[in-house]
Design a protein around this ligand. Sequence first.
Ligand code: PLP
Length: 692
Amino acid sequence: MATISTRSAFLHGQWTSQDSAGLYGVADWGKGFVSVNSEGHLAIQPTKTPAAQIDLYEVISGLAERGIHTPVLLRFNDILDYRLREIRRAFDEAMGEQGYSGGYSCVYPIKVNQQRHVCEQMARACVELDFGLEAGSKPELLAVLGLSAAAGGPGVNGMPIICNGFKDDEFIETVILATKLGRNIIPVVEKFSELELIVKHAKAYNVRPKIGLRVKLSARGAGRWEGSAGVRSKFGLFVSECLKAVEFLKAHGMLDCLNLIHCHVGSQLYDIRVLKNAVNELAHVYCELHKMGAGLSMLDIGGGMGVDYDGSQSAWPSSINYTVAEYARDVVYRVKAVCDDAEVPHPKLITESGRAMVAYSSVLVVDVLGVSRFESDPDLAWIEQAMKDEVAGVTPAAIKARKGNGTPEVSRPASSEKGEVPQPVLDLLDAYKGITDRNLMETYHDATQARDEAMSLFSLGYISLPMRAAAERLFWAVGQRILDRATKKGDLPEELESLPELLSDIYFCNFSLFQSMPDSWAIDQLFPIVPIHRLNEQPTRHGILGDITCDSDGKIDHFVDKRIDKKALELHDLITKVDEHGVTTHEPYYLGVFLLGAYQEILGDLHNLLGDTHAVHISLEENGEWRLDEVIEGDTVEEVLGYVQYDIDDMKRAMRQDVEAACKQSRLTVTEGKSLLKYYDDGLEGYTYLEG
Ligand code: PLP
């Protein structure tokens, strides 16, 4: 039996913000960075202290006043800062407790989020916290060198810069020259030929470089990036090649330059045991190479520190079964135990925990544009009229069968011959009227069977369109009634667990999944999604989310839940009104998508030409007010068209000529033509998302 989260409200009466906090699991995945305030709004607590909160609804309203509309990505610099210190603290404490003397640095792989504002903040913090940066490609190397130069200060030359990924001659020459410049830069050899290039350029420039080796461990990874480790992994040297590297460096008098060994077991390691095995193996390799005379002083265990996206704290792809503190303690313990045993000095530990560093700091807020839903009210008056029409023969019943146009030869149900209401429709009506708390399952079985019969009879041509419509409406209404009653009882029998999904509405939201949450589409990554306001009202609907791309994949139909991901999200009914033109409008309804800081921004694509969203950097002031530090406007239509080589001037010229011709031929008035051209020009300069 699944516990339905609305239970507490039914037991205790009035729905409160805290009921919503429980329903959406805010404390579980928010880890103290997110809470629900007494106004019923979501609030960010950048330093995990309830006394210092940023009200998200207030921020969105404030941004709207400044002309910055949703979708908008909010980046919280203070969360980023807090998170880095949290990781620093976890390792400092673990090293202190265990008497580990090697030290620790976390290096930030900029591929996780290369946005300049994020990286600049990171580079400044790295200098202060003895952290570093990682580059995985030539453009990233150049970015990292520039970032470290700009961060400046006396610490910048001590900041470790790790270079992973494939490297060519030019890449390595740049690294060697950067070493000469004074940078603490460590190229990690992924394939043997890179080592030859390093030695070549080191000799040419008379530099003693720091060299790293990536080792192919036998320990395998786990989860979505399982293939990053193990002997079949794409990167790294087999242990036999590592030994060859030692010989090669010795022969060139450079064995003291072999300073670091590295592994990467995969991103989002959800099971701590996988990490322990890999660290153990790497520590043994470290000690052996150290004893062979390598000048090793750093042990880099790569990325993998995961994020508890669904708040379940479990060994599950969207979660992790450990905390940062446990991760730190385990790494320190394993390395210390192996090194102490081998009587090798403790190395400086390095982790490349990009995801864990930045995931928490970004939140996307989107507005709901409208809802498509199954009617839960069957409209009995309409159904009764349709039945009467059916009996009276007003309805053109069973058209296909009467015409005999290829419908299989099956004997027609007597009820229909006599112009009677089809039995499945009567059964559904009975089911609808007869629901009680005690017969929910039985009613569900009856209704499902009747619905299936009605649909097959329609396909065979024996049921009219109005009778099919009646069957559909009754079935949805029965389902809704069952769900409401089960919800009130507080338990949803397993067999009915698919009902919320089956009956769920589609909330259309102003964003592109492919641009803003690509991992949701590509690898079914879950991200917490919660309305940022109205949380002191009970959500009465269940919905999935559709984006504004014209792709049927552009939807979110899995949501975080502690137990198992849920197939529909609890949402509020839109508050609607009809304007003077008879058009239904609704009050703004905003949803926040959390933990988007890692990978999403850079992996996002231009599907349907929906570009980057606006991004704003927000900080908390001492007086508790929020401050807008930076506004990075999202792509305009002109910009995204430019990315795909359109010439905007040519397009405008062509449109103008077309409109001119239409005016000449009186298909458009001059005023209409002027308006059309104005919309066209304004549209090109405007946001790629809907602006209402
Ligand atoms: N280091 C290397 C070599 C990687 O390939 C990756 C990601 O794939 C990372 C670090 C970042 O890992 P994570 O996503 O766990 O932060």
